[in-house]
Design a protein around this ligand. Structure first.
Ligand code: ZN
Ligand code: ZN
Length: 356
């Protein structure tokens, strides 16, 4: 498994005429090595794969990382890896420009000596975007757990309970149902706060007639789920029902249209046109979706500005939303896997407006 992944990185080494490639983003290190700790780095050359970590992770690395030579060091990993990559004669060393701090870059510049540092973007992002079957099944398992948590949560959503109570329950139940933990801190927003697309939960208590927007996910073996559902407590105002049906139609049309070979911006446009036609386009203030996997947000970005073309094996969210300031917001977020024949929706949770 990992050897196939390393082979793909080596292909990129050839394309970019690199003698070595430093992988510093932890989700990418995990992808290549299986390492689940918080300090690890991979160095890949045409012949070698070296894994760097510190002494806290010596035994864990022995258990998790196979097929790479282990370097346990007390130095900064990038410093040690830079020295190793540079060797005696100057070479071209690629690194992940989006995952290297200024401090790390300084250290690397020093340790690499006369070697050339080549900033790269999107090398690993492109490789991890195309999921293998096991990866899709880990994401699906994480989704199933979040769906169970939603079922468990619905009876708790009633007047008097706070957003923080619900967020804490989501985190607790994720673990109880077998997840490694939350994929990201759960978003629970009630009433007018649901009009903030990424509102943090507060001590606000839920009142009758309010919208409660829930966006949460968990992780299994490092793979994340991501799901949004909108709940109304008590009677549903007619305006909210209208907004909901528009968002659902935007979600349905986008999912009908999604397939390999289509541009991400076209899919974003499909959803946006549905909302425009209902006079809600201005209230759809974010992009339609994003790739999900070892990171909650990864390639591709499904937005009007995206230049990416979707490929078989991509796993993406479709999450149209409308947010009326002072009133509230509606969002529906599902995960879709692109297949050779088209697409498959991985989210099984119902999509009708939840009324409690
Ligand atoms: Zn989400
Ligand atoms: Zn999302």
């Amino acid at each position: 498994m990992t050897s196939k992944r390393i082979a793909r990185v080596r292909q990129e080494l050839r394309n970019l005429r690199l003698d070595a490639f430093l992988v510093t983003a932890l989700p990418h290190v995990r992808y290549l090595t299986g390492f689940s700790g918080t300090n690890g780095l991979s160095l890949i050359t045409p012949r070698r794969h070296l894994f760097f970590s510190d002494s806290r992770y010596k035994r864990q690395a022995q258990a998790e990382v196979h097929g790479a030579t282990h370097h346990i060091t007390q130095r900064e990993l990038i410093d040690e890896a830079g020295r190793t990559a540079a060797g005696r004669t100057p070479v071209r060393i690629g690194f992940e420009a989006a995952h290297c701090t200024v401090m790390q870059h300084r250290l690397l510049r020093k340790s690499a000596g006369k070697s050339t540092l080549v900033p790269t973007t999107g090398v690993m992002e492109q490789i991890v975007a195309v999921k293998e079957r096991d990866e899709v099944s880990a994401i699906t398992r994480a989704l199933r757990i979040s769906e169970r948590v939603l079922d468990h949560l619905l009876p708790m959503i009633r007047p008097g309970v706070s957003e923080l109570d619900l967020a804490a329950e989501i985190s607790y139940q994720h673990k109880r149902f077998g997840a490694d933990g939350d994929a990201f801190p759960p978003l629970v927003a009630s009433g007018a706060r649901s009009a903030f697309p990424h509102a943090k939960p507060t001590g606000n208590r839920i009142r009758s007639g309010q919208i409660v927007l829930l966006d949460f996910g968990c992780s299994i073996n490092g793979y994340n789920s991501d799901m949004t559902r909108t709940v109304v407590v008590g009677r549903v105002p007619a305006g909210v029902r209208k907004m909901y049906s528009a968002v659902l139609e935007a979600r349905d049309r986008a999912i009908d249209a999604i397939r390999p070979g289509i541009r991400a911006s076209v899919i974003d446009g499909v959803a946006r046109r549905v909302l425009d036609a209902r006079g809600l386009g201005e209230l759809f203030v974010h992009s339609l979706g994003h790739g999900v996997g070892l990171s909650v947000h990864e390639r591709p970005r499904i937005s009007s500005l995206s230049s990416e073309t979707l490929e078989s094996g991509y796993v993406v969210t479709i999450e149209p939303g409308v947010y009326r300031p002072g009133v509230g917001g509606i969002r529906i977020e599902d995960i879709v896997c692109l297949t050779r024949r088209g697409s498959r929706v991985l989210t099984k949770a119902g999509r009708t407006l939840l009324v409690v």
